[in-house]
Design a protein around this ligand. Structure first.
Ligand code: BDR
Ligand code: CA
Length: 319
């Protein structure tokens, strides 16, 4: 059983990833921490609570702080054209949800939970890396107490999606991402190199709804606005970025990895670009030296990933 803290900015594809974690029999979802990105921290936290309520998720929600690691950084606007004004595809999420958050801020929740479960916690982070970086800053020793950190973010052997250089989650807080990538904990980065190959077609989503009942139907309703946006990028359907990171936790054999130190560009025209120095290539001394080797995903069995998502989301027990 994998004990997972899900750090998320729901977010349409975040919602699918959350339902995957909730439904998968080998995952014990022990906490949800909210971060800003697809919308403000108030909206992403409200959305996490809403999904918890609708899907009957036991895990507590802890709210993130809502500003970048370096608070002087200029604000990057919310991608309402991808996720809707409410962050969940404009389905009409109620203004408030009658559920309380955990009293601790997200980074403190992360620290406490790792310390209570030494060597057992996998963090799956699919928004900006702010909460993880704050947790490391307050308690650097958690790096050796965590089991794994799996991140959706970055673009390595390809262009970005928010600028030609950068992927959105990393671009939203590059200093935080650099701190997370260079810390002495084991990181696997599931970036655009593999997520953009993993496209759920409309008909596959319909099949999930047919077998997955009410929960899957809500997910499908949430996803329609995002599918309309992705029409300009893919033939049919939606790129399932965040679910790919969740699938990695239970089926790593579906991904091809490359190992090496990772740095994030902080500032300038390539702000937020992720660059790996592969272990098998020798360079003169550089800013990648003496840092932990982290893994990035360079290829994926996309059909295998989509099959597993369909099977997990379409379980009739999820009705
Ligand atoms: C990432 O950015 C967000 O819009 C998505 O939820 C995903 O985590 C993709 O670049
Ligand atoms: Ca996300």
């Amino acid at each position: 059983m994998h004990k997972v803290i899900f750090d998320t900015d729901p977010g349409v594809d975040d919602a699918m990833a959350l339902l995957f974690l909730h439904n998968h029999p080998d995952i014990d979802l022990i906490g949800i921490t909210s971060v800003f990105g697809n919308a403000s921290i108030e909206t992403t936290t409200r959305n996490a609570l809403y999904l918890k309520q609708q899907w009957d998720i036991a895990a507590p929600v802890a709210k993130g702080l809502g500003e970048t690691l370096d608070p002087s950084r200029a604000h990057v606007g919310w991608p309402t054209f991808i996720h809707g004004d409410d962050g969940l595809g404009n389905i009409g999420v109620p203004e408030t949800v009658d559920l309380a958050c955990d009293p601790r801020p997200a980074h403190r929740f992360i620290i406490d939970t790792i310390r209570e479960n030494p060597g057992e916690v996998t963090i799956v982070a699919v928004g900006r890396m702010t909460n993880l970086a704050l947790a490391l800053r307050d308690d650097p020793d958690i790096a050796v107490l965590v089991k794994d950190v799996v991140i959706m973010g970055g673009a390595f052997d390809m262009r970005g999606n928010i600028t030609p250089a950068a992927e959105a989650n990393i671009h939203g807080d590059p200093e935080a991402a650099d701190a997370v990538m260079t810390a002495p904990w084991p990181v696997v980065v599931v970036g655009l190199d593999v997520t953009e190959k993993t496209v759920m077609t409309r008909s596959r989503l319909e099949a999930i709804v047919a077998s997955g009942g009410k929960r899957a139907k809500l997910l499908s309703d949430i996803s329609q606005f995002y599918i309309d946006f992705y029409e300009q990028h893919v033939d049919d359907g939606m790129v399932v970025h965040d679910s790919c990171a969740c699938v990695y936790v239970v089926a790593p054999e579906l991904f091809t990895l490359r190992s090496g130190a990772i740095r994030v560009v902080c500032g300038g025209i390539a702000d937020g670009q992720t660059i790996q120095k592969a272990d098998d290539h020798i360079f003169p001394p550089s800013d990648w030296d003496n840092l932990p080797s982290q893994n990035i995903c360079i290829d994926v069995d996309a059909d295998g990933v989509l099959e597993l998502i369909s099977k997990t989301l379409g379980q009739s027990s999820a009705a």
